[in-house]
Design a binder for this molecule. Structure first.
Ligand code: IMP
Ligand code: MG
Length: 181
């Protein structure tokens, strides 16, 4: 990953730090859902790297499903309009559901998702996000588990993209300004 590292102005979280934090989150979730069934809903595509690590740190019989929503396109600002590109394969009725997101920024995407999934009558609904940018919030949203809070900076890596690139970095970084249009 050294070639891509040259594109970074700064690295906020190194791989080891991320892995340690994700293991902690997995242990916390394992404790909280002890003796219960858990359906994990991963939000494509940004959450997949976090999700893959988190899942392997959860010591429960979890089920997995995915949703894909669009709110950004290739830009760096939220449009506020959320569209479902791929819906769940199963009903949520009576299930303990945990939404897994990459980042909560304005909160518009998550707010939409929570409202939408709540209407499907799960037994419980919680949210786990890898990153949180609290300064950018436009709507108040519930976050039950969080990897890290970050300042108002656009970040890439560990599933997060800039124009669909850099999702494969094992760390979280900020791109050099000359690479951002
Ligand atoms: P929100 O609706 O503004 O909260 O935006 C949520 C979505 O925007 C996330 O799921 C990401 O796909 C994207 N996003 C927000 N901030 C960043 C960032 O710093 N880097 C990459 N993607 C981001
Ligand atoms: Mg994105």
């Amino acid at each position: 990953m050294d070639r891509l590292r040259n594109d970074m102005a700064e690295v906020l979280f190194e791989e080891e730090q991320i892995q340690a934090r994700v293991r902690e989150l997995g242990a916390e979730i394992t404790r909280d859902y002890e003796g219960k069934d858990l359906l994990v809903v991963g939000i494509l595509k940004g959450a997949i790297v976090f999700l893959a690590d988190l899942l392997r740190s959860i010591d429960l019989k979890v089920k997995l499903d995915f949703m894909a929503v669009s709110s950004y396109g290739d830009a760096m600002e939220s449009s506020g309009v959320v569209r479902i590109l791929k819906d769940l394969e199963q009903s949520l009725e009576g299930k303990n559901v945990l939404i897994v997101e990459d980042i909560v920024d304005s909160g518009l995407t998550l707010n939409y998702l929570v409202q939408n999934l709540k209407s499907r009558r799960p037994a419980s609904l919680k949210v786990c996000t890898f990153l949180d940018k609290p300064e950018r919030r436009q709507v108040e949203v519930q976050v039950d588990y969080k990897g890290f809070s970050i300042p108002d900076k656009f970040v890439v890596g560990y599933g997060l993209d800039y124009a669909e690139r850099y999702r494969n970095l094992p760390y979280i970084g900020i791109l050099k300004p000359e690479l951002v249009k």
